[in-house]
Design a binder for this molecule. Structure first.
Ligand code: ZN
Length: 251
């Protein structure tokens, strides 16, 4: 989280073995995987992890398994501070954990565009801003056909309205694929295809957080991004993918 806005989400399914771990160990596993996944952003920074598992914030017991001891050692390497937060105060994490896994976005570098028109159309149906606007300001959006779907499009910009729940995925994808661009360039590129109220501000917030990362200057990681851009561009020129990977970049 940065300025109370999430920077990213990470999720994956547990393996069969992991499914049999005690809940506290599953929580620990989730923390470890998240730290590793966002290593480039997190390592070397002060990290506070809020968890509603009180056991995690206690000293490791001497009866702990090797696995648990190893994980706690790794936590120490990251200099992580574990803070207990009551379940009822942990609304965000709780809400996220109740979204079916398929709806959370798993960000792989060099990933295809994470959304498609069917998903956008589906989420538009229940998006509060869009539904309110359709009732009260009928001239703001119009229904257009995109990739066989009825999609609401901003009348002024002729770009697809992105429901609130899908914006983080779009932002993250552009940010990675454009190799951590500056505010203006990213705003312009996203706006070639998409619209939502406050788009400029959300891009600005994301780019601001990225400057933190750029201080680290991890050149090896940058090379991986370069390679991933190359493959992303290959995908965009191929077109015809069922996930619509040919339209978002536009250049
Ligand atoms: Zn970045």
């Amino acid at each position: 989280m940065q300025h109370d806005k999430p920077l990213g989400y990470f999720s994956r399914k547990l393996t069969d073995t992991q499914r049999r771990y005690p809940v506290t160990e599953q929580e620990l596993l989730a923390i470890m995987e998240t730290l590793k996944y966002f290593h480039h952003m997190l390592f070397g920074h002060k990290i506070i992890i809020k968890t509603d598992h009180k056991n995690l914030t206690h000293q490791v017991s001497s009866h702990a398994s090797d696995r648990v001891l190893r994980q706690h050692l790794l936590l120490e390497e990251y200099g992580v501070e574990l803070e207990y937060i009551k379940g009822e105060n942990n609304i965000v994490a709780d809400a996220l954990s109740h979204i079916p896994t398929e709806e959370l976005f798993i960000f792989d570098e060099a990933d295809e565009f994470p959304l498609n028109m069917a998903l956008i159309a589906n989420k538009q149906l229940t998006d509060p801003h869009l539904q309110k606007a359709l009732l009260e300001q009928s001239n703001l959006y119009f229904a257009a056909e995109r990739e066989g779907q009825q999609i609401y499009v901003n009348r002024q910009t002729d770009s697809v309205y992105v429901p609130a729940s899908l914006r983080p995925a779009i932002l993250e994808w552009y940010h990675t694929t454009l190799l951590h661009p500056g505010t203006k360039r990213m705003q312009a590129t996203v706006k070639e295809n998409f619209y939502w109220p406050g788009l400029d501000a959300s891009v600005e917030a994301l780019v601001r957080t990225c400057e933190i990362f750029q201080k680290c200057k991890i050149t090896a990681v940058k090379k991986i991004w370069k390679d991933s851009l190359a493959s992303a561009l290959t995908l965009t020129t191929m077109g015809g993918s069922s996930r619509g990977s040919h339209w978002p970049l536009g250049r």
